[in-house]
Design a protein around this ligand. Structure first.
Ligand code: ADP
Length: 502
């Protein structure tokens, strides 16, 4: 099959979070299983491209027209890359915003990206299935089933939308409709209208043929008020077409046997290199070697409320009463950046903090820490805890979403399990769970058993890619059936799987 991925970030070109890892690894795994895959991304600052595939498209935005071009990137790992070029929109310091603020024209930026991606699918690279990701690509299914609904190029092409994080929906004022060149009829509670505003992800959820999210547990959770971010009703409406497919890991990049970025490689059979990595991590963060005796707790994350940093703020003083060392890398909300800086000033010998985005240090934290802390309020999948398992770095997590699906609670009596988890979003539970982990850490043979359990787990992409393949086939067949039925009846096919037709 020919599958077109439409996403706002993807390695090796752009990254702010786990989406970029997935947009690199899943296409690669699909190509390995025999599919043809192309990925279309915005052409951000610093991306190098090979050739021009289309020099000028005509895209309505605001009161006028814009003329983006499409660059043909190279083929990487068998995956073809295209880039939508509009320097005024994408040649900026960051991807989505600066200094904690979104760019004010994000609706237009990703509206243009979506429309240009549709033109790519029509004029340059015709797919069998279109796979969109998150709110930034959610206008694609909306446009295909409304403004493009009569276009024979797309009648038989199903759209799958993956929600990587329901907390980010692309919500804009009502006037965004006109700016995006969309008709007022879409300002409807059964379409894009959301409490008086325009919600692009809602449009994607209603107009796509199939939906997926990135773990089974999160697929259940987002159907509840607690985790639904106001869209739980819409998700329940689409529950029959929603699948939870766990993200995998690209072990060619994230495993201590292969990792070229860490101080010394190691494996489950020979852990000697892990001590060297711990020592290197302490050096990187200017922490004294006395910490080699202590458990080093790694934190590596976007600093957002979602990730549980308010719990860490509440319990930091209690945690530091224990004989532990913290190794922190992250960037994001200023309040959490100052919190970690204050902790490092208070305990300079036991708390090392680096603010910023640093892929090399990210790998060093995975390899050099003893534990990895991820107390998220919610977590669609989470990648770092899965990476940690392979590095023998024991995850301490809150039992939510993908964290719950990927980490098995350790039972000291039977020796089974891969990490530590707590249920309630509560600072006391977090401290108690960390104390439990520290107690096991002091029992070296038991800790080695726990590390070995995690290192033996296999979360490679092959199984998840096979699940996506089954879904693409089902989507393609169901779309073909709808078309055949409408042709027999001589009618126009319904523009979406749920009523009403908008
Ligand atoms: P999310 O996508 O919600 O940020 P995930 O756990 O799914 O969380 O993925 C986060 C990805 O981003 C991981 O690959 C992680 O290593 C990386 N990452 C997060 N923060 C940083 C940072 N400050 N520097 C380098 N890599 C980071």
């Amino acid at each position: 099959m020919k599958i077109l991925f439409i996403a706002s970030e993807g390695l090796p070109y752009s990254k702010t979070g786990g989406l970029a890892d997935v947009i690199q690894a899943l296409p690669k795994a699909l190509v390995a299983s025999g599919h043809e895959v192309a990925v279309v991304l915005p052409h951000y600052r610093g991306t190098r491209t090979a050739a021009t595939a289309a020099s000028s498209l005509t895209i309505p935005i605001g009161n006028g027209l814009r003329f983006p071009s499409i660059a043909d990137g190279s083929v990487v790992d068998g995956v073809r890359y295209f880039f939508i070029e509009d320097p005024q929109y994408f040649d900026r310091a960051q991807l989505y915003g600066e200094n904690g603020r979104d760019y004010p024209d994000n609706a237009e930026r990703f509206g243009l990206f979506s429309r240009a991606s549709i033109e790519l699918a029509k004029q340059i690279w015709r797919p069998d299935v279109i796979h969109c990701h998150d709110w930034q690509a959610s206008l694609v299914p909306v446009l295909l089933r409304t403004q493009y609904s009569g276009d024979p190029a797309f009648l038989g092409v199903p759209v799958v939308l993956t929600v990587h994080n329901l907390g980010y929906q692309g919500i804009f004022g009502r006037d965004a409709l006109a700016r995006l060149g969309l008709p007022e009829t879409l300002f409807h509670v059964d379409a894009l209208e959301f409490y008086g505003k325009v919600n692009l992800l809602k449009g994607g959820l209603l107009f796509s043929d199939y939906l997926t999210t990135v773990s089974r547990k999160y697929a259940q959770e987002i159907q509840t008020v607690e985790y639904g971010h106001g869209l739980d009703g819409v998700i329940r409406l689409r529950a029959a077409d929603l699948a939870g497919i766990l993200n995998g890991v690209d072990y060619s990049m994230w495993s201590p046997e292969n990792d070229a970025l860490i101080a010394r490689k190691y494996s489950a059979n020979d852990l000697a290199g892990k001590a060297a990595c711990k020592s290197d991590l302490l050096d990187q963060l200017k922490l004294p070697a006395a910490n080699l005796k202590r458990p080093v707790v790694g934190i590596l994350s976007r600093f957002a409320d979602q990730k549980g940093f308010d719990l860490i703020a509440q319990m930091a003083v209690d945690l530091l009463k224990e004989d532990v060392c913290l190794a922190v890398l992250g960037t994001g909300e200023p309040k959490y950046e100052s919190m970690f800086q204050a902790l490092a000033e208070r305990e300079p010998d036991r708390v090392g903090v680096r603010l910023g985005f640093d892929n090399v240090l990210a790998h060093k934290i995975e390899a050099g820490s003893d534990m990895f802390l991820m107390p998220s309020r919610y977590e669609p999948c989470g990648l770092n805890q899965i990476y940690s398992l392979r590095y023998g770095t024991v995850p301490v997590v809150r039992a939510t979403g993908g964290l719950d699906d990927t980490i098995e609670a350790f039972d000291a009596r039977t020796g089974a399990g891969t990490g530590f988890k707590f249920q309630e979003y509560d600072a006391k539970e977090l401290v108690a769970t960390l104390r439990q982990a520290i107690k096991v850490y002091r029992d070296a043979p038991l800790w080695r058993k726990l590390m070995a359990n995690g290192m033996a787990k296999d979360f490679s992409w092959a199984a998840s890619a096979a699940e996506y393949t089954r879904l693409y086939k089902r989507a393609w067949e169901s779309r073909a059936k709808v078309l055949a039925e409408s042709q027999m009846q001589g009618s126009v096919p319904a523009n979406r799987k749920i009523a009403p037709n908008i």
